[in-house]
Design a protein around this ligand. Structure first.
Ligand code: CP
Ligand code: NVA
Length: 307
């Protein structure tokens, strides 16, 4: 199977992935899955820059006994000199899995449609499921539960926010998303989130324009950049005008619970969506969160190939 968005998963699936990720984290070098990807060749295609995703996938594959091929924009014909259809067909003859970071989510859908190997979304303009798997692992590590936690995202309703809604909903969390007007998350993801909450009868999803409503008594404060890689036409003057109230700073932190954890997928635009003081402060778990990409992606490979 492929993983393009988290709403493909059931609650049990995501819980299993998190449990496996915990195992991989506890047993980093020597574990019963050292040969999980033996004889598997996995292509890593990056249309946009990446530090965490490319390095953590590369290392995860190597530590599980597989072979990775790093393909950056300009190194393949994908979407330029050759159709995505032909690329998908040809790549499927060589590799066992494609991990792809793409500008347009539809590229991933085409890779799935025309290829015959699993495709993993390593970030698109619409979603970032691998990031959120690592985030859920991080939340579990610090809070030891999901249900009953207030998970608050402040800032731009972007790809990370879309996926966070689904991840939080799958685990029955109380999700608050505070964005300026006009920067709300994608409607499909809002609806899918509400569907999941309805299905399991647990959790809530509140969308607001009030940053303090989200910050109040939050167990988790999460933010991401105000301008994403895929944002070509955002008006920077308007961003600078409407986003500052959503910044995670010391003052906003005072509204949250005393043991709040502060998360950011990174890279951060320090001084914009989050201050140095907070990202470097006691509540911040951002580096642990980044480390967890490695463990969560190992667990994801186990799920993709063997479950
Ligand atoms: N969080 C994340 O995906 O980081 P990179 O862009 O560095 O991969
Ligand atoms: N929303 C950000 C996430 C980076 C990991 C972007 O798409 O640029």
């Amino acid at each position: 199977m492929s993983l393009l968005t988290l709403y493909q998963l059931e609650r049990e699936d995501i819980k299993n992935i998190i449990n496996d990720a915990l195992y991989f984290k506890k047993n980093r070098k020597k574990n019963k899955y050292n040969n999980l990807l033996e004889n598997k060749n996995i292509a890593l295609i990056f249309e946009s820059p990446s530090t965490r995703t490319r390095v953590s996938f590369d290392i995860a594959i190597n530590e599980l006994g597989g072979h990775s091929l790093m393909l950056n924009t300009g190194e393949t014909h994908l979407g330029k000199k050759e159709s995505i259809k032909d690329t998908a067909n040809v790549m499927s003859k060589y590799v066992d899995c494609i991990v792809a970071r793409v500008k347009n989510h539809s590229t991933l859908e085409e890779l799935v449609k025309y290829g015959s190997v699993p495709v993993i979304n390593a970030l698109s303009d619409l979603s970032h499921p691998c990031q959120i798997l690592a985030d859920l692992l991080t939340i579990y590590q610090y809070k030891n539960k999901f249900k009953g936690l207030k998970l608050s995202y402040l800032g731009d309703g972007n790809n990370v926010c879309n996926s966070l809604i689904i991840g939080g909903a799958l685990l029955g969390m109380d999700i608050y998303v505070a964005t300026p007007k006009g920067y709300e998350p994608n409607e499909l993801f809002i609806n899918k989130g509400l569907e999941i909450i309805n299905k399991y009868g647990e959790g809530t999803l509140i969308l607001t324009n009030d940053p303090l409503e989200a910050a109040e008594d939050a167990d988790i404060l999460y933010t991401d950049v105000w301008v994403s890689m895929s944002d070509k036409d955002k008006n920077i003057d308007e961003i600078n005008k409407v986003f500052p109230p959503y910044q995670i700073n010391k003052k906003l932190l005072e509204y949250a619970k005393d043991d709040v954890i502060v998360m950011h997928c990174l890279p951060a635009n320090r001084g914009m969506e989050i201050t140095d003081e907070v990202i470097d402060g006691d509540h911040s778990v951002v580096y642990e969160e980044a480390e967890n990409r490695l463990h969560a992606q190992k667990a994801l490979f186990k799920y993709i190939f063997y479950e």
